[in-house]
Write a protein of this length. Structure first.
Length: 113
C-alpha cells in the first residue's frame, strides 16, 4: 500500500463535488496538466467537510479548470502533513499555494521507492 494519494484525478466540477459527503479528509488540487498546486484538508471547522471545501476551491478558481482527488480520513491533520512532506520529498518544494500559506516547518520524510 502506497502512502501517496494515488487515486485518479477528477475534474473540479459541481457534479463531481456533489458526489461527496460532508466528511473529514484531505485533498489535492491540480492544474489541468496534473501539476499539484495545493494540498488541503477539510477538518472539524470545515462547513460541510470535503464537499464544502471543494466547493470553495471551485468558486475561488473563477472558472479556471482544475482537477482534484481526495481521501476521507479522520486523522486529517497528520495525513495533511504527511502529504506535504511527500510532495517535498518528490519535488523538492511545497505546492505553490501551500508555500504562501505555510506558517511552520515540516519534518522530513524519505519514502522508499
Amino acid at each position: 500500500m502506497s502512502i501517496r494519494l494515488d487515486k485518479p484525478f477528477q475534474e473540479l466540477t459541481p457534479e463531481n463535488i456533489n458526489k461527496l459527503q460532508a466528511q473529514l479528509g484531505v485533498y489535492q488540487i491540480a492544474e489541468p496538466d496534473g501539476t499539484i498546486s495545493y494540498i488541503g484538508y477539510a477538518g472539524g471547522r470545515s462547513l460541510f467537510g470535503l464537499n464544502g471545501d471543494l466547493k470553495k476551491e471551485l468558486e475561488n478558481r473563477n472558472g479556471q479548470p482544475a482537477l482534484f482527488r481526495h481521501e476521507v480520513n479522520m486523522q486529517y491533520m497528520s495525513r495533511h502533513e504527511e502529504l506535504l512532506m511527500l510532495h517535498v520529498a518528490d519535488f523538492g518544494e511545497l505546492p505553490e499555494r501551500n508555500r504562501r500559506e505555510r506558517k511552520h516547518k515540516l519534518g522530513r520524510l524519505r519514502p522508499a521507492g
